[in-house]
Each structure stands twice: as C-alpha cells, then as structure tokens.
Design a protein. Structure first.
Length: 167
C-alpha cells in the first residue's frame, strides 16, 4: 500500500507478531481510509518511533517485554506530541480499563472481543477526540504562555531586569 499525506498513520506497539498481523488484516478489511501501520515489539522501540515521527494513533499492548501494566501507558502518554492511545490487552478488567481512561487512554479494547470495524471506529473516534481536545487546549496554552511573558515583562520593568539576591 503506497502512503500519502492523508493516510492514517498508526503505531502498533505489540509483542505478538501473530496479533500484529491480525490487527493489520482487520484494519485492511474495515478501514474506510488509507492507513499505514508500523509495528514495534517493545516500549523502547515505540518511544523511539514516537520521537522520530508523528502518528495519528497508537495501539498499545500494556504487557511488553520491557514494560508492564499502567507504567507502559503512562510512559507513552508522557511523550511530547503524544498521539491518542488505544489500549489493546488480553486482560478483561473493568477497573483497569477505567483507570486507563482516567490516565488518558482513548479506549480500552480486550483482545478477542472486537472486530475490524470496532477497531477502526475506535481509531477514528480517538483521532477526532484528540483533534478537538487539542483545538481547545491550544488557546489555553497560548494564553498561559502570554501570561507568563507579561509577568516576565512586568517583573523586568519593576526591577530593571536585575536579579536580587536574598540573604
């Protein structure tokens, strides 16, 4: 599949090659838009890819050779330019699912209980929610940065830019 700028770019962090092949096949049958999926098998590889490229979504297994549980999710969510994360796990645990959502995951899908349509819908909804959230947060970040700059300018005016030593 040749890739274009409009492709949905997905990072799949999954240590089971068999499940990675299944995810690709499910999306190939169900996706309504072109997509590119890049599989990696460890969290370290995933973090490296996230540093090097921009993804529209991350499909994340919580239990990887180099990371386990919610620490895996938190590590991915803490990355700059974090893409929306959809957790894919074998654990059917409602408390864990709610905890993952509270931490910032967009969805929590239990392996074997979803099909390609469910997965594609989850990816599309996650991307859209992330886009909307980012659009709302950007003015807040801009305002915050502007406020910090105004405060710094005010301080410079009041103090002549001098640094006072306490003592």
């Amino acid at each position: 599949m040749s890739s274009t700028k409009n492709d949905v770019h997905i990072l799949l962090v999954e240590d089971s090659e068999t499940f990675a092949v299944l995810v690709r096949a499910m999306l190939r049958r169900s996706a309504s838009r072109p997509f590119r999926i890049e599989p990696v098998t460890t969290l370290a590889e995933g973090i490296e890819r996230l540093a090097d490229a921009i993804y529209d979504a991350v499909l994340l297994d919580l239990n990887l050779p180099d990371s386990r549980g919610m620490d895996t999710l938190v590590t991915v969510l803490d990355r700059p330019r974090a893409a929306p994360v959809i957790v894919l796990t074998a654990l059917e645990d409602e408390e864990m699912a709610l905890h993952a959502i509270r931490l910032g995951a967009q969805d929590f899908l239990v392996k074997g209980s979803f099909d390609g349509c469910d997965l594609w819908r989850s990816v599309c909804y996650a991307i859209e929610r992330h886009r909307i959230r980012s659009a709302f947060e950007q003015p807040l970040r801009d305002n915050e940065a502007s406020g910090v700059q105004e405060e710094a300018d005010s301080w410079k005016t009041e103090t002549g830019g001098a640094v006072r030593k306490s003592g």
